[in-house]
Design a protein around this ligand. Structure first.
Ligand code: DQA
Length: 181
């Protein structure tokens, strides 16, 4: 009798804190979500070199400058989560994650703009607003840059505004999600 009850009590004691922790964190996440809206700003390949790469096309400002400018135009209650990856799969994973963690997406897919049906599919699985940004005016450049897979999903497209395009996109998202200035 003792030998069957003891392990049961031990198992219950071990489980309880984990169950409680799970409940607390979900409750906390719901409370935070109710007050904060997150704009995910995604950047594709080579944009880690922004400011140093072909400055005659992309300018001298960096992704850190982009982040600071976007934060500056966000009203209270809206936060920015800026990320960059050179890997298509990583960008796709982040878009999937955004289904739970972000209200809206601003995306500069870099060269994946012109090639990636997979990024388009991931964005199609995201329900919030999406704005596509290009630092350069892709329509004045080589013909292969004129087609974007992402534009078919985007609620807006900004090209050729330099890094001010990210700021404009952030403002537009705030309007779309009803976060006033
Ligand atoms: O990497 C980039 C940057 C870009 O998306 C832009 O921001 O202008 C334009 C793309 O054609 C290019 O491949």
């Amino acid at each position: 009798m003792l030998s069957t009850r003891a392990p049961h009590r031990t198992a219950t004691r071990r489980l309880q804190p984990a169950v409680r922790r799970g409940y607390d964190s979900r409750t906390e996440q719901r409370a935070v979500k109710a007050h904060m809206q997150t704009i995910l700003i995604l950047n594709g390949p080579n944009l880690n070199l922004l400011g140093r790469r072909e400055p005659e096309i992309y300018g001298h400002e960096t992704l850190a400058d982009v982040e600071a400018r976007c934060r500056a135009v966000c009203p209270a209650g809206v936060s920015i989560d800026l990320r960059q990856s050179n890997h298509e799969g990583v960008l796709i994973d982040w878009i999937h994650e955004a289904r739970e963690s972000a209200t809206a997406i601003v995306i500069n897919p870099g060269a994946f703009t012109h090639t990636s049906i997979a990024i388009l599919d991931a964005l199609n699985a995201f329900e919030g607003p999406v704005i596509e940004v290009h630092v350069s005016n892709v329509h004045r450049r080589e013909a292969f840059r004129h087609h974007s897979y992402v534009s078919g999903r985007a609620d807006g497209v900004i090209a050729g505004f330099g890094i001010e395009g990210y700021e404009a996109a952030t403002r537009r998202i705030c309007t779309l999600i009803g976060a006033g200035h």
